[in-house]
Design a protein around this ligand. Structure first.
Ligand SMILES: Nc1ncnc2c1ncn2[C@@H]1O[C@H](COP(=O)(O)OP(=O)(O)OP(=O)(O)O)[C@@H](O)[C@H]1O
Length: 256
């Protein structure tokens, strides 16, 4: 296409919306013992965006991430992921969609203790079904490459019991990316990392944004991430401030 045609074509189309929450409420438990964790949340995340959800302890970050990641359901409101209305899906369909398109970083890492770091990272690919020899080799290489990029080349054969908190957190991050997911949901993914490791992680996230169009929704209290995300939203007592119009939007910064 020459330059004139390019100009006539106008600006590139906006990235498609991957996550759409409207009027979402979440109540944990019943009656007087129940806790209203989220109130009337509206949130849209586009493919390739990186959104940080900030808020103090107990503000509802994990509750919100669990709904976006389809690990939990909203008490009220609509949740659309990849243009599918989540509340209309069966548990099995939700689980299939989750494993097909979402990578998770859990606050407690959730590594399998009887598997090495490398096997833990490989696991989401293995769970997709039997791999032939070539696919297995490619998967093993991909897992090793992710661990190396996160500074864990010499810990690949270590079991989680021999890993410190920073190493465990980085293994969990590598595992979240191994399937090249469309969306990564990460709960405080850099809480145990020093500055150098935060840089490695944010560089790797940016690479996946750029190469695979991955969207990220991160819960964080870590100021070190803020300059690298496209948007920062504040969650206070279950209410999201500044969405959608007042939210701080940044152009995508790719550092690969
Ligand atoms: N399964 C549950 N049952 C009952 N209450 C819950 C449950 N999960 C969360 N809550 C409550 O909901 C509120 C929001 O919790 P949530 O874990 O989502 O917040 P958070 O911002 O992620 O906190 P933290 O930073 O400590 O992880 C809190 O009052 C919490 O006690």
């Amino acid at each position: 296409m020459d330059m004139m045609q390019n100009l006539k074509a106008g600006p590139p189309p906006a990235a498609p919306e991957l996550v759409q929450l409207a009027g979402v409420h979440k109540r944990h438990g019943q009656g007087l013992a129940g806790v209203q964790a989220l109130h009337d949340i509206d949130l849209t995340v586009a493919q390739g965006e990186m959104v940080a959800i900030c808020g103090p302890c107990g503000s509802g970050k994990t509750s919100l991430l669990n709904i976006i990641g389809m690990l939990d359901t909203a008490s009220e409101g609509s949740v659309i992921i990849a243009r599918l209305l989540v509340s209309k899906m069966s548990d099995q369909a939700r689980a299939d969609l989750r494993s097909e398109m979402i990578g998770f970083v859990f606050q407690s890492y959730s590594l399998i203790p009887v598997m090495t770091a490398h096997e833990n990272v490989l696991l989401p690919l293995m769970l997709r079904g039997r791999l032939d020899e070539a696919a297995l080799e490619e998967a093993e290489q991909r897992a090793a490459d992710l661990l190396s990029r996160l500074g864990l080349a010499t810990q690949m054969r270590h079991y989680p019991g021999r890993l410190d908190a920073s190493q465990s957190q980085r293994v969990a991050i590598a595992r979240s990316l191994v399937t090249h997911p469309r969306l990564v949901v990460a709960d405080e993914p850099t809480s145990r990392l020093d500055n150098g490791c935060v840089r490695l992680v944010m560089d790797l996230f940016a690479r996946h944004q750029y190469e695979h169009g991955t969207a990220f929704v991160l819960s964080t209290r870590d100021q070190r991430q803020f300059s690298r995300v496209t948007r920062t939203l504040q969650l206070t007592e279950g209410r999201l401030a500044g969405t959608p119009l007042e939210a701080r939007r940044r152009p995508l910064r790719v550092q690969v």
